[in-house]
Write a protein that binds this ligand. Sequence first.
Ligand code: SF4
Length: 467
Amino acid sequence: MVQQLPIAKDAVSEEPARKVRPPVDPSTLAHRDLRTGEWWREIPGFSGIDAATFHDHRWQMKHTITKPEALLEAVRGVASDAFLKDAAEGFRIAPMAVRVSPYLLSLVDWQSPYEDPIRRQFLPLASTRLPDHPKLTFDSLGEQGDAPVPGLTHRYPDKALFLALDTCPVYCRFCTRSYAVGPDQEMVEKVSLKASPKRWEEMLAYVASRPELEDIVISGGDAWNLRADQIRELGNKLLDIPNVRRMRFASKGPAVLPQKLVTDDEWVKALIEVVHRGRSMGKDVMLHTHFNHANEITEITQRGLGRLFEAGVFVRNQTVLQRGVNDTVAAQTMLTRRLAWVNVHPYYVYQHDMVKGTEELRTTVATAESLEKHVRGSAAGFNTPTFVVDAPGGGGKRTVHSYEYYDHVTGISVYTAPSVKPGQVFLYFDPIDLLPEEGRERWADPAEHAKMIAEAAEIAHEAMRST
Ligand code: SF4
């Protein structure tokens, strides 16, 4: 039986209902309780590290772990032997290299590492690995196909993605650019996008040659790994191009190594200088970052971001929706509110891209739709993220509910992008293990794959023809 929801009184009565809100439940303000103190000392490897050392970006970078054996050694004593064995095998079969800062490692709840949202993003386990969906690839967004020069993706009319380098302060399992970011892995040979002045010159020349390009995203890799002089050089050269009006430095740094904002004065100064110079020229320069869970925001994050805010550097956030990390209303609401508390605007929540080796982190389009419904209204509109699918194959970002057709049985959703690639359809595929039995059975039969796709595309075309 369908449950009847009450109709809002104001909708049926001429007298507006006047209510005083009851006193707030203190638990709803938990987003303000940022982790503080010296929590990292609980990990044997960091027990002797004082706050001044732990919160120095040089120490964090020097002790960033890049070998699975070293990582597992650091948490021996807090994680069980069974977990360590599982993780060692997980690393062996993962497509992404390992790179984890001591800060991130210290934020994992080692009493429950299987469930922990930070562990799930950075430490793969063999036991939770799911078979890849047959439609997963390494460059699901087709960035290389839209690159007129290596590392410069020009897909939207007025915007370009400037991939300045191929390294990051950490490596995320779910990275959409695992085709290029980080060192080669046993199972993946990567495209080279090293920080190279010669390559940058070609990319800058392209930007200058295209008067329609107003918006440039400087990413990689991660702008956190550019030196201060490189931030100045790239920032100023882009500002000097008359058609460039908006720039965003993209970095996961604030979420994984916020200490840099507190102790790397030269880098922070360089960023602020570029932002201020841009403003004096009537151009907008921002920092775009990437928090996925409220646990990534601590007192040191607030201190670092506060420094940027005070200097007039605005920060927006892009989150990746991940199963078991942030796929609940509680996790998304908490993240949204905590971001706002530290003056970061929640901008996008992305449906997890269709990248190989991370199937257990993907979830369904229906989940994203439901989350958006609940998150919208929990904070002011400008502090509410838009849930999007970055349409596989290069359609760009589409709001998650804007599909032309969505088959919940086969998990196929069909999107169009009229102003990016008119006349084309773009397909997203839900993970097979979350489909109803009928859908799982059809995907188990390779002869059904093309049929399911043709059916979905045909129904979508039919729907479009009739509107
Ligand atoms: S920081 Fe960004 S570019 Fe680097 S691995 Fe993570 S998601 Fe990929």
